[in-house]
Structures are given as C-alpha cells and as structure tokens.
Design a protein around this ligand. Structure first.
Ligand SMILES: [Zn+2]
Length: 270
C-alpha cells in the first residue's frame, strides 16, 4: 500500500496502529519507505515500562524494538488512560512518575507523537481528583525530564494557595498508592483500587485533606470551593471503594497474548 501511494504521492506516509491483531511485530517482513507505526501500550497502567515486577513490560518493550527492526518509522504511541472503565470511577488516579518515565523511554526511542485516550466514561464531577492524570501527562509531553512533584507543585500553588502543600501531598500520596498496587491489569484499567487505597492509605489521605481544610482558613472563596470539591470527591471515593468490592466485571477471555505472555484488557484478580 505504501509503495503504491508513493508512486502518486511521494511525500505521503501510511500509518497504522499496532493493536489487537496487528500488535505483534512481524519478524519476516520488512517495511518499505513511507510506513509509520503507532504502537499501542497494552500493559499494566499502574506501572512504568521499566518496572521489573510486571512480566508484560519486558515483552512489550521487546515487541516495540521488533517493530523498529522491521525498518518502519515507529513514530507514535497510542496510550490508554481509562480509569472510569476499569472500576476506578470516582477514585483518584495520578500517574505520577510512571507516566513520565514512559515518556522518557518513548522519547529516547525516537517517538515523536503521543496520543492519550482518556475521557471515555468520565464524569465532570470527578475533575477535582482527575485533573492530575491529564496534567502530568500533558506537561510531560513538553518536558519528560520533570518530576511529577515539580509539575504538581506549581499547579497546587496556583489552585490551593496556603493549603498547597497538603494538597500536593494528597495527590502525591495517590500517585504512590497507584504505583504500590500489587495487582496487574491491562490497557483499559488498573488493578483493583482497594489494593492501592488500603485502610492505611485512606487514613493518611483523610489526614492530609483535614490539614488542607485547616490551612485554607482565610483563603479566597475560589480556593475554599476547590478544596471543598476535592473533599466531596474523596467522600465518593470511599463509597466507591466499598461498592467495587462487590463487583466483578472482568471477562477473562478478553486478552491479548504475545509470545505466550497475556496482556489483560481488564483488571486481573491478584
Ligand atoms: Zn503487570
């Protein structure tokens, strides 16, 4: 197809996603000029690609290098951040340094384009706990050498005034909780939220939000309203952590296997 296109449009490329049936890189086919590949990151969303605890990461990275070895222009990554699909409705997901680490890996491997799919099933009421998900990733695309703390600190100072430090600690605690999740998952979700938001983490977070409410005394109405919004979201989070225990919506047959290693599309029970 690319060869035919190049006869009539020599400066145009054909691009496709390495996804589902086309996820595995061909080992005996070489790409001609004008073939671009965007590789979908199917792997666990709780961890970065350099996390050794997750078997799927090394398989994904090898497959990514195999795509490069075809000679195709591996120019883009299609990333799924869909927590509202994976049982994390109303639960904070801050990708933190895991997202930045992946962006550095992509940059160092010649990736020029990123696409984040992230709004499906989201509700605007979750924005006060969900904005760092989009914000860290988008600022990271400009400069992946920043840390999540650097990115979120400047934002929290603008949003929360005198309460910026405990609010920053709240979001960083959420990031730590996600990265400490011992479960594994796939591209459309995260491992079960209770594995991140343990009773101890919940206690820590309630303490931080209480501190933020105290330190915000005398702040502007906008700051007070933002902090109240986050607290209302967190009340829903605690309710959600109870509800999701009773749910089971992970059809096990939905999986992609590459070289024998499955990538779960839905959260997998630990
Ligand atoms: Zn995993």
């Amino acid at each position: 197809m690319a060869a035919g296109l190049r006869q009539t449009h020599p400066d145009k490329d054909v691009a496709f996603l390495a996804f589902w049936g086309t996820a595995a890189a061909p080992v005996q086919v070489q790409a001609g000029p004008g073939v671009q590949v965007w590789v979908v990151n199917h792997t666990c969303k709780a961890y970065s690609l350099d996390d050794a605890s997750c078997a799927a990461k090394a398989v994904w990275k090898q497959n990514f290098q195999n795509w490069k070895a075809t000679g195709a222009d591996v120019s883009g990554i299609y990333e799924y951040y869909l927590p509202s699909w994976g049982g994390w409705e109303h639960v904070p997901w801050v990708p933190g340094d895991a997202a930045l680490s992946d962006l550095r890996y992509f940059r160092d491997n010649g990736i020029r384009y990123m696409y984040y799919e992230g709004v499906a099933f989201e509700v605007i009421e979750d924005a006060p706990i969900r904005w760092p998900l989009a914000y860290v990733a988008s600022r990271g695309m400009w400069n992946p050498d920043l840390t999540a703390e650097q990115i979120l600190r400047s934002a929290c100072q603008r949003l929360f005034g005198n309460a910026s430090e405990p609010m920053l600690d709240f979001y960083l605690e959420c990031a730590r909780a996600v990265e400490a999740n011992p479960g594994h998952s796939g591209m459309w979700g995260l491992p079960r939220p209770q594995l991140s938001y343990t009773p101890e983490v919940v206690r820590t977070i309630k303490g931080l939000l209480g501190k933020a409410r105290q330190m915000a005394a005398g702040e502007s109405p906008e700051v007070l309203r933002r902090i109240r919004d986050v607290n209302e979201c967190w009340a829903k989070t605690e309710q959600r952590l109870i509800e999701v225990k009773a749910e089971r919506k992970c059809p096990k047959y939905l999986r992609i296997a590459i070289n024998g290693t499955p990538w779960y599309l839905w959260p997998e029970d630990p």
